[in-house]
Design a protein around this ligand. Sequence first.
Ligand SMILES: N[C@@H](CCC(=O)N[C@@H](CS)C(=O)NCC(=O)O)C(=O)O
Length: 182
Amino acid sequence: MEKGLQWETTWLDLPSGEHKKPEYLAINPVGKVPALIDDRVIVHDSTIINEYLEDTHPQRPLLPRDPVKRARARALEDYADAYLMPSLFKIFWQMRKSEGERDRDKIAEGEREARDHFAYLDRELQGREYFADEFSLADISFIPPLANLERSGFSIPDDFPNLKAWWERVKQRPSFNASWPD
Ligand SMILES: N[C@@H](CCC(=O)N[C@@H](CS)C(=O)NCC(=O)O)C(=O)O
């Protein structure tokens, strides 16, 4: 949407293991989401999908041209993927269970880790509208984990005002509702 492209989404139900079925393993042999099918090309891993789309559709760039900002956007994109996501998954997996089956300690551990990530991200947004100044793949990469957090009934605590303001800004973009329907 940010690039003006058309796409169709197929959602997989992870708790029931749809991503481990042979039909999906034929698309992504490592059995993880997301994967992109672009005509006859299959690309998996969110970072590589994003960079593939950036390379094949350079209009409305989502990586800054400036090499320093570009490296910053890539580093923050990696942070979302490799650090924030695993911590929030501790919460998501529990919240998908029925109330009586949830491991409260795991949720608390995820929340503690999330606070440390939020403190870092809040500092990175000090004086900035977006993570790499202009809207980029860095901002986009934080949307799935934070939107899932909100859907799980949690919100960014008030003591991270830069992050909260950025989150409201991101949600105002038309691409947010188009890519993340209710
Ligand atoms: N680095 C990969 C991580 C992919 C990943 O861990 N996806 C999670 C969902 S966000 C998944 O498929 N988990 C299911 C599993 O590992 O069984 C990416 O960014 O695409």
